[in-house]
Write a protein that binds this ligand. Sequence first.
Ligand code: ZN
Length: 131
Amino acid sequence: LEIEHIGIAVKSKDKMSDFFENILGIKNPISEDVKEQKVLTKIFDTSKGKLEILESTSKDSPINNFLDKRGNAVHHIALSVENIEEALKELKNKNVQLIDESPRIGAEGIKIAFIHPKATDGILIELCQKP
Ligand code: ZN
């Protein structure tokens, strides 16, 4: 396992984005409109793990519900695995509750799946397959 990225939910990405880019100097972020999840993402690559800013594009986006409850906060931690199907199978065998029983395509076109926060005592964990 490796930490692939940390997802941060914010009401408006401009301030956080300015901080990462101009104060910390993490250049060339990649922006993407992930329509399926109704979020705009902006990914800053430190080369030792990424920081992913998430902004909702719709009232019914899951990010919006999260922001209503917690305000700007770390939303999830993403761990990369060699083979996501195998990892999900292994978790199922251990009776771990999953949001995604099978992988879907997330930002940057990589395979991802979320583990249910009930299984992790409230922390949302995303698995993603190494590209
Ligand atoms: Zn993520």
